[in-house]
Design a protein around this ligand. Structure first.
Ligand SMILES: C[S@@+](CC[C@H](N)C(=O)[O-])C[C@H]1O[C@@H](n2cnc3c(N)ncnc32)[C@H](O)[C@@H]1O
Length: 362
């Protein structure tokens, strides 16, 4: 596999100039907590590592679309069949699964038979790893089963944390980045931060991008590589990097690297491989400053998703407006939803805010 070179902005053919930035005075941590009026933040401890000074990226506020709803409609690959009473019934390929869903505070629509007929049920009632926390009423399904997204093959996976190795609502972003790459008029470099099992990385690589995938978990990187093999994309230029996302980005900024597409789907709380603490509300602003500096001269899209729903999507919107100020493009903000296959109900799973460059075809 050819080792990608990342020194200059290869889409524009020019050396990238960093956006004009100005150091901004930041109140000491405790003062900042008091001024944001957030009860949970006031209770939380100061972060272990000092957070770098924020920066100001000068320029006009971008055109914007808010309240956007992006949907992944039911397909052969995935369908949300029903939800209610704190659970959801989904179909992944041919397999039906019952998992907890805290948002589903309503009653299920389908009768009990449909739910009882599921192939896998997350019970979470044992301390075991992996499939030990799942019940398979019909036959043991092992740890993995084959899945597809838009004809790209990968593995579904019964994990200890009720996840199944894929977040199907993210398909809305995968279709968008695939189209953006296919319509770009020069080679695209993509960075997937907090990349998990790598489906977005594989979609990007299949569409023709050079991909850098970063995740703190060795296990997740291993799963992503298995997915690469399953998809038959071993020859595509993907760098798999096990690192703390903040540290990695800071290093890339120092090396003057740049990317045309950047995805980040940070958890509310996480840890880097060396125990580095990630707290979304403490670290996201600095992370976004780094992301802004990593954008290429003519960036296509930068997508921030958050499942930490104690915030409003407008928090993501405003941090995007702040750091992408002055760029040639728009900010789109909204929610990712799943519509139930046989009813008009929708289930909101996460919110997002994305920068879309003027040249990006969506
Ligand atoms: C898939 S994302 C979030 C997924 C989903 N939105 C959720 O809420 O579970 C979580 C990924 O971030 C990774 N992660 C957590 N902390 C990290 C850090 N400091 N640096 C890089 N990756 C990290 C985890 O290993 C995991 O694969």
């Amino acid at each position: 596999m050819a080792k990608p070179k990342y020194k200059s902005d290869r889409r524009s053919g020019e050396k990238r100039s960093h956006p004009k930035k100005v150091q901004r005075d930041r109140p000491p941590y405790s003062e900042q907590q008091r001024s944001d009026g957030d009860a949970q933040a006031t209770k939380s401890k100061p972060p272990a590592a000092p957070i770098a000074e924020r920066q100001i990226f000068e320029g006009a506020r971008l055109a914007e679309k808010t309240g956007m709803v992006l949907e992944n409609p039911a397909s052969d690959d995935y369908a949300l069949l029903d939800s209610g009473s704190g659970q959801k019934l989904e179909r992944y390929g041919k397999i039906t699964i019952v998992r907890p869903e805290g948002q589903a505070i309503w009653l299920p629509k389908l009768d009990k038979g449909h739910w009882q007929n599921a192939d896998a049920i997350f019970t979470g009632d044992r301390e075991e790893e992996g499939t030990g926390r799942w019940k398979f009423p019909k036959k043991d399904l092992g740890e993995t089963w084959p899945l597809k997204f838009d004809d790209l093959s990968y593995w579904g996976r019964f994990t200890s944390f009720r996840h199944v190795g894929v977040f199907p609502e993210q398909a809305a972003h995968w279709f968008a980045l695939q189209k953006a790459i296919q319509h770009a008029n020069s080679p695209v470099r993509m960075l997937n931060l907090f990349g998990y099992t790598g489906i977005a990385s594989l979609v990007g690589a299949r569409a023709g991008a050079q991909v850098t995938h970063v995740d703190a978990s060795k296990k997740a990187i291993g799963w992503a590589k298995e997915n690469q093999e399953m998809a038959g994309l071993q020859d595509k230029p993907i760098r798999w990097i096990c690192d703390d996302a903040v540290k990695f980005c800071a290093r890339e900024v120092r090396r003057e690297q740049s990317y045309d597409i950047i995805l980040l789907d940070p958890p509310a709380y996480g840890r880097g491989p060396k125990g580095e603490v990630w707290q979304l509300f403490d670290h996201l602003p600095h992370m976004m400053d780094l992301v802004r500096q990593l954008q290429s001269q003519n960036p296509l899209m930068t997508v921030l998703t958050s499942y930490a729903i104690r915030a409003s999507s407008f928090a993501l919107h405003e941090i995007s407006q702040e750091v992408f100020a002055g760029l040639d493009g728009e900010i789109h903000t909204g929610e990712l939803i799943l519509k139930h296959q046989d009813s008009s109900r929708v289930l909101s799973t996460s919110m997002f805010s994305r920068f879309v460059g003027r040249e990006c075809v969506l």
